[in-house]
Ligand binder design. Sequence first.
Ligand code: KG4
Ligand code: ZN
Length: 342
Amino acid sequence: MNTNNIFILSIESSCDDTSAAVLQNQKVLSNITASQKVHQLYGGVVPELASRAHEQNIVPVIQQALEQSGITKEQLSAIAFTRGPGLMGSLLVGTSFAKSLALGLSIPLIEVNHMQGHILAHFIENEKHKRPTFPFLALTISGGHTQIIQVNDYFSMTLLGETQDDAVGEAFDKTAKILGLPYPGGPLIDLYAQQGNPTAFSFPKPNVEGLNFSFSGLKTSILYFIQKKTQENPTFIEENLPDICASVQNTIIEIIMLKLRKAVAQTGITQIAIGGGVSANSGIRNALNNEEKYGWTTFIPRFEYCTDNAAMIGIAAYFKYLQKDFASMDITAQARMMIDKS
Ligand code: KG4
Ligand code: ZN
């Protein structure tokens, strides 16, 4: 097997982003993502609309990814796709497309676990970013997931803790909705928070066992707090928006940092690699940088590789290609998938 120049076309369609990428070994030649605007109207992802939009987007997105890479279909070594976890209808679009393409081109098919993709994104070739070494801890925070994982090797990962209810991105987005901000509200909360006082208001932190998280109680307490305050003063939100955002963000960050510190103490591992859309949050970045004083090393991929994207699926597939870990043609999408299952 010639492993000098492996060209992989990868497809990600697990939630509301249709993405295709072409990688040459660990280098990204193209990474094209069509984000679905249709969900903004509903304040969250509507599964049926997501799968329909994937069907519309998948051909142009793949075509664009190939064009931008300068690689022809005939040069491809393998086709990779996200098998799960995610929304079933959305996953099916990428899975079926990848299978047909691999079959038509008579090249191997590689299945990728979306969560492993988020973590392996740290190994994308990029001269400006340092890479973690095994073992390290991964914190994956997005609108769909909140997990702390011990990463022992490319495909040897152990889940240490995860959310029992809402993901951290949902905590941001639901708070934003309560405050009347548009979806997805995470980036706006971050923006307002930068002008506010993080200790202006205090919210209860959940008491969850071990390294697990819970954010639904926080959402409810924010809702009750806002309802009470706006009854007393109808312009409470307008008058206090930066302080409310800073206080909510501060609470969320404290919850995350508490668990991370616990994970570091428990494992003795001080390399922290973050991923997922919420890793764009300026407060969480500051908090992590702050810990570097105490000996932590933090790794943050480029933002386009933090949010859902096909390049992270391509890099995971590259390591599987080296191991000749190919999928059979009767493979199906899987809505639920554990991190330790590759
Ligand atoms: O990874 P992602 O693009 O998609 C998935 O959910 O899988 O993450 C999107 C989430 C949304 O909840 C969005 O509000 C949140 O990431 N987000 C942020 C920030 N940027 C994106 N949350 C807080 N602060 C930000 N700067
Ligand atoms: Zn994701």
